[in-house]
Design a protein. Structure first.
Length: 311
């Protein structure tokens, strides 16, 4: 059966260069594209590369590898999955950023794909995922490119570190086994976690903020045993446009374990202004978000330390 082909496009009030920079650099995708939990170049260079992506599709966390051919002069990136994951039998396409001559551009995203065994039900699931993710990616690509210099005031990148006198395995397992957090961590009210593929977790969590309010978040997590857990919130508190994070684990020379919780956040200034009692300034909003997220991370680290050291 022939490939199914579909095209999505969007106009962006930013230069083609600014938009192409985001499309070309996959390391930026988890920050800007809601479906993408993690993305990295595994081989190649700025003209021909192989990338690996972990992304949410139809409520499942999936991973695949693609080969990309990049043409900066033409603002074009062609891609083809090299290791499609069922039910995808083949998937490829092209990003094309077309300058409009007035400082704006049009982004065209083409896909072609086939389902395993040409199964109609599988084809429908792929079509839904391509439609949902393409619309989301283009919308957030436009938002990111149009922020321009304002992003510096909206982006937070911070971390908290603790040292635990215990084994690396026990420390990693405490953070990895998030299904037990409601019984172990006071600010976690509820946890619903799925791990259909080892190391790929999809979780819905209710947490209590320092002011007593309860927020529901949905996240995908990519777990590398005893080294790193990368996560991306796909359902966010209303004041955030993006929230990515990672837990890093490192054996120290003295036999302790260093654990770092890192956050990357983009604030939503319109949502902040719409709060019943908005912060007095953007700087105050930055401080409030830093305090809220950092407090939860430090509380989790403290509980991990107490649990591991008690063993």
């Amino acid at each position: 059966m022939s490939n199914t082909e579909v095209t999505h496009r969007i106009d962006v009030a930013a230069s083609a260069d600014a938009v192409y920079r985001i499309v070309a650099d996959v390391s930026l995708w988890p920050l800007y594209f809601p479906p993408t939990v993690r993305a990295e170049r595994v081989a190649g260079d700025d003209s021909d590369e192989r990338i690996r992506i972990w992304a949410v599709a139809n409520g499942d966390l999936r991973t695949w590898e693609s080969r990309r051919r990049l043409d900066p002069a033409a603002h074009r990136v062609r891609f083809e999955q090299t290791r499609p994951a069922a039910p995808v039998a083949a998937m490829g396409g092209e990003w094309s950023v077309q300058e409009r001559g007035d400082g704006t551009c049009t982004v065209v995203l083409d896909h072609h794909y086939r389902a395993t065994g040409d199964d109609p039900a599988a084809l429908a699931r792929i079509a839904q995922a391509v439609e949902t993710n393409s619309v989301s990616e283009l919308s957030h690509l436009r938002r990111a490119a149009e922020r321009g210099d304002a992003e510096k005031e909206l982006l937070l990148d911070f971390s908290d570190t603790d040292v635990i006198a215990g084994s690396l395995g026990d420390t990693y397992d405490f953070i990895y086994d998030a299904a037990k957090w409601p019984d172990r961590i006071p600010h976690v009210v509820r946890m619903d976690l799925r791990e259909d593929v080892s190391g790929l977790q999809y979780m819905e969590m209710d947490t209590r903020a320092p002011d007593g309010s309860v927020h529901t978040t949905v996240s995908g997590r990519v777990c590398t045993p005893q080294r790193r857990i990368v996560y991306k919130q796909t359902k966010l508190p209303p004041v955030l446009q993006a929230h990515n994070g990672e837990w890093l684990f490192e054996d120290a020379p003295d036999g302790t374990v260093k654990v770092t919780s890192r956050h990357q956040v983009i604030l939503d200034p319109q949502a902040i202004a719409a709060l019943p009692e908005p912060p007095a300034s953007l700087e105050a909003a930055r401080a409030a978000v830093r305090n809220s997220l950092g407090s939860n991370s430090r509380a989790t680290l403290a509980r991990a330390r107490a649990f591991v050291e008690a063993r």
